[in-house]
Design a protein. Structure first.
Lengths: 514, 477
């Protein structure tokens, strides 16, 4: 049977476009058709820019034909998480407060993709302002897991990961502040990389926790991820935290060779709270690498239990300040009736933000307030530094740290929101990577008994993405091809999805919190 | 009043830096402009935009710090000051709280009471806010973000001042230093220098500081003087009545000459300061500090000392000339060419200051070059043109800075040294004015002046008055 366009990976598609086997328009149309077919079931997108994508497809085709665009991603359709600015295209952060926001400029990472000829299909759903682990805090409705629509796709980049899994795009960009690429990649059976802090420009990424946020690729396999990361990584003078790197030729690490690679397994990642099926699958993956010549051993990684409180203090503190610009004055949602300036602020923000965002703004404001700053914020910063030291010690011995991306497979819809603390604990394996600024990757390594995907997490020292890619690629080669979900029960839906032109009456608004 | 009170004053001075672009983006800092045209995603706080520090701002801040004897924090950071107000598009101001760039300095001031050092607690960098414009007609408020992100430094003094006179002397000194550095034009009226006055009173002889108030919106030395006097009396009256001074911010109303309470400490906001995660720490190397030090111009105090040694000009002239770097530069450069400090000083103290005053101009606006001024002096000294012609020429040079020699040549203003022509003219003048000639001969010295004037007139001003005088006397003998 001839492979359908949708079954191709991004790099495979790019090659076929280059070889004139497939046109860019065909690829874009295939993606758009899949979106129309699947969106009613999964709701991966907040906005689909159908017309713009088709127009762009033809422009890109011309540039490919003219030999201007020659890269591996030229003509490949991509989905962008809705917290990255796209000029003139709605950028909502899945929040009511930005329901009508059209940026005046495009995020640097997206620009890098566009320069390479990728075609933006639309913007993917996410937890509101990237705050959440299930994509259920979106003001525009939750995204469903393509492997089983009763389950969440994870979050906060749930829309991006589900869109890749559901073949509604060939790859996507996500952002990762505490695991927001790796955890939903794990839940959706796709591959995602959170790069070293500073590798991808944050310019145009609507900030959640500025010192932790990092954009990264979500794709079907390690090869795609390496190619995408190679494209989006750049030193950007517009981002003061951007780092000039000379080693961003990530595809050179796709070598299927892990002989002698030292892999450490933190015992602390395999204790209480870890689902047995997940544990088994991850350890089996470690064995695969061992068989291929890697040296695998267990070690103690200390301070794991402090990562979550430190993270929620730092991220919330930064968020409380980052999100203060959303006030109903300049853009976005403004309440209809109000009394005076402060009334305008209070009502717009009360109505514009959902409960999880409000919770973190309040938490962040509290830990920064005078009298508490030292006890919470400064202490969290010190904890962050200590966690980094622990990793430094580990990386003196190991090339890569291996563990699960999440303690469980995807939970059922609605099971997490009622207990935020429990939801926070789900970030335990991913969060310390952000605190230490390290690169991390999630690669599918099996399914549980219900058929839900399990993700293997690989963590590297700063700037050591290539080691992750090497290990991930080698594992993938041994594992064999990863199939797309069956996607049973998907029903068609033929409407345009640019649904946020006007504030829809059906926006799920959060209840008032007082 | 039986008790004696002492006034204790500290100042927070905001200075707008002369950088061409904003502190965190490359938008222009030019004054005016159609509202919201000097803006970009960064200075309008658009989602996803990020600040990048303007190096020039750091260098100006360091220059001011070094010139005011401050130490430099070689590891400095920016912090966010969080508060909601529409003039601030992010709802936080990027400022420095925990590690300001300069700390622990001071400047010497001189008042009638003598010399005194005013301590500087710190100098920090921050961004200016936008401007709210209330539209009475539409009954709405509009925001102009052209000012948003304009670089400022805030110079925080120690509470070392005791009177309005000291405050004015301190501000004068700061302004002078900063203008010399070219870091700002420091104009109170135009807002490029703004001073908030922290004032408290205490019984003379006591150590403990009283409760202070902070006064804002002081746009002139006069307003500052009046506000200090008014606040001092208000606080003393409260204490005399057995009431307490409330720690609060007061706004000065220049028309009513009265300050009124804006907000008290109780409803003071918690700014929730924390290090801005979008900006990296500012690391300042020894070499960088040395570079700035090497680039520092000679400041006024050192200049005065040198003038006393090098130039034979009156102390008063030296004081006035060094008040402006522009005047001092003009003086030094012109003197270097013509080697006549006294003449140059006379031209600056006389004609230059007169014209500046007459035209309401700042020294920085002077167009005449040192070279042309020196040339004018040389022309006069050589007798090529006479004094009154020189003044006329200077007035035009002041505006247009042309070559005085060429100009005098073109306009035929050069002194006529033709003795024969002069003799003929004088004989004609004497013939026309027999009475004056007779008066002079009869002992009326004054009559000679009239005759000189008539001769100059007849010569169209181009004669050498000395020569005219001499020949008249000769012919009248």
């Amino acid at each position: 049977m001839k492979k359908s366009i949708l079954d191709l990976t991004a790099v495979e598609l790019g090659r076929k476009i280059k070889e004139k086997e497939i046109t860019v328009r065909e690829a874009v149309e295939a993606s758009l058709a899949q979106i129309e077919k699947m969106e009613a079931s999964f709701h991966c997108y907040v906005t689909v820019g159908k017309e713009a994508a088709l127009k762009r497809a033809d422009e890109v085709q011309k540039q490919i034909d003219a030999g201007v665009l020659t890269g591996p991603l030229a003509g490949v359709p991509v989905a962008i998480k809705d917290n990255m600015c796209t000029k003139n295209m709605l950028t909502t952060c899945s929040s009511r407060i930005l329901y009508n926001f059209r940026p005046t400029y495009t995020a640097e990472a997206v620009e890098n993709l566009e320069r390479a000829g990728a075609v933006v299909l639309g913007k993917t759903n996410m937890d509101e302002f990237a705050m959440g682990s299930t994509t259920e805090t979106s003001a525009f409705g939750e995204t469903k897991n393509p492997w089983n629509t009763e389950h969440v796709p994870g979050g906060s980049s749930g829309g991006s990961c589900a869109a890749v899994a559901a073949e509604e795009c060939f790859f996507a960009l996500g952002s990762d502040t505490g695991g927001s690429i790796r955890q939903p990649s794990s839940f959706c059976g796709v591959t995602g990389i959170k790069p070293t802090y500073g590798t991808v420009s944050r310019y145009g990424l609507i900030a959640y926790g500025s010192s932790l946020d990092q954009i990264g690729p979500v794709a079907k396999d390690v090869t795609d991820c390496a190619a995408v990361l190679e494209t989006i990584a750049s030193y950007d003078k517009k981002d003061s935290t951007s780092i000039e790197r000379k080693d961003t030729d990530f595809t050179s690490a796709l070598t299927d060779d892990v002989k002698g690679m030292k892999i450490g397994i933190p015992k602390d990642y395999f204790g209480e709270g870890l689902d047995l099926e997940v544990k088994k699958a991850v350890l089996a993956a470690a064995d695969v690498l061992k068989e291929k010549g890697a040296v695998v051993e267990e070690f103690d990684l200390k301070l794991v239990e402090y990562a979550i409180p430190a993270y929620y203090v730092i991220a919330s503190a930064e968020a409380s300040s980052n999100l203060s610009r959303f006030d109903g004055i300049k853009y976005g949602y403004r309440t209809k009736e109000y009394d005076g300036l402060h009334g305008l602020y209070k009502k717009s923000r009360s109505e514009g933000f959902g409960p999880e965002v409000k919770r973190r703004i309040m938490l962040g404001s509290f830990v920064l307030s005078s009298g508490y700053y030292d006890a919470y914020y400064l202490k969290a910063l010190r904890t962050k530094a200590l966690i980094k030291q622990e990793f430094d010690k580990a990386f003196e011995k190991y090339d890569v740290i291996l563990g699960p991306a999440a303690p469980t497979t995807a939970p059922k819809l609605g099971a997490s929101l009622s207990d935020p603390l429990k939801m926070y604990l789900g970030d335990i394996y991913t969060i310390s990577v952000n605190l230490a600024g390290l690169p991390g990757m999630s690669v599918p390594c099996g399914q549980d008994s219900r058929g839900l995907p399990i993700g293997l997490q690989l963590i590297g020292d700063c700037f050591q993405e290539k080691k992750l890619i090497r290990a991930g690629f080698a594992y993938e080669q041994a594992r064999g091809p990863w199939k797309a979900p069956a996607m049973a029960g998907a029903s068609g839906c033929g409407d345009s999805f640019d649904s946020r032109k006007e504030e829809p009456a059906s926006i799920q608004t959060a209840g008032e919190e007082n | 009043m039986a008790k004696q009170y002492e006034t204790v004053i500290g100042l927070e001075v905001h200075v707008e830096l002369a950088a061409k672009t904003k502190i965190f983006c490359s938008c222009s800092t030019a004054f005016g402009g159609v509202p919201n045209t000097h803006t970009c995603p960064v200075c309008t706080g658009m989602p996803g935009s990020l600040p990048v520090l303007n190096k020039q701002v750091v260098e100006y801040a360091m220059a001011v710090g070094l010139a005011t004897n401050c130490s430099i924090h070689q590891y400095s950071k920016f912090d966010r000051k969080n508060y909601f107000y529409p003039d601030n598009p992010q709802n936080y101001q990027i400022s420095q709280l925990y590690l300001p760039i300069c700390y622990e300095g001071g400047v010497e001031i001189e008042t009638a009471a003598g010399k005194k050092t005013i301590g500087i607690h710190e100098i920090h960098m921050e961004e200016d806010a936008g401007k709210l414009i209330h539209d009475e007609w539409e009954d709405c408020t509009l925001v102009d973000y052209n000012r948003s992100g304009v670089p400022l430094i805030e110079i925080v003094s120690e509470p070392d001042m005791r009177s309005a006179e000291e405050v004015i002397a301190y501000l004068d000194k700061l302004g002078l230093i900063i203008r010399y550095l070219g870091a700002s034009d420091c104009k109170l009226q135009e807002g490029s220098m703004r001073a908030d006055v922290n004032l408290s009173v205490r019984e003379a002889g006591t150590e403990k500081l009283g409760t202070r108030t902070e006064m804002k919106n002081l746009n002139s030395f006069k307003a500052i003087t009046h506000a200090i006097e008014g606040e001092r009396i208000r606080q003393i009256e409260l204490l005399e009545e057995g009431k307490a001074v409330i720690q609060e911010t007061r706004r000065w109303d220049d028309n009513k000459e009265y300050s009124y309470a804006m907000r008290s400490k109780e409803d003071a906001q918690d700014y929730r300061y924390f290090p801005d995660p979008d900006l990296v720490p500012i690391i300042i190397s020894d070499e960088w500090i040395q570079q700035i030090r090497d680039r520092q111009p000679e400041l006024r105090t050192e200049k005065l000392v040198r003038y006393r040694k090098e130039f034979d000009i009156p102390e008063y002239d030296a004081q006035i000339i060094t008040e402006s770097k522009k005047l001092a530069d003009l003086f030094e450069e012109a003197t270097a060419i013509c080697k006549k400090p006294k003449k140059v000083s006379n031209w600056i103290m006389g004609e230059t200051l007169r014209l500046l005053k007459e035209r309401g101009m700042e020294p920085e606006e002077i167009k005449v070059s040192a070279g042309n001024l020196a040339k004018l002096i040389e022309l006069t000294e050589a007798g090529t043109i006479n004094g009154s012609v020189a003044k006329t020429v200077f007035e035009i040079m002041f505006q247009e800075n042309m070559d005085p020699e060429q100009y005098a040549e073109e306009k035929g203003l050069k002194t006529v040294h033709d003795e024969g022509a002069l003799r003929t003219t004088i004989e004609a003048v004497l013939a026309e004015n027999p009475q004056s000639a007779a008066d002079y001969k009869g002992g009326k010295e004054k009559a000679l002046g009239f005759l000189v004037g008539q001769t100059m007139k007849a010569m169209k001003g181009k004669a050498n008055p000395g020569a005219v005088n001499q020949m008249l006397k000769e012919l009248l003998q």
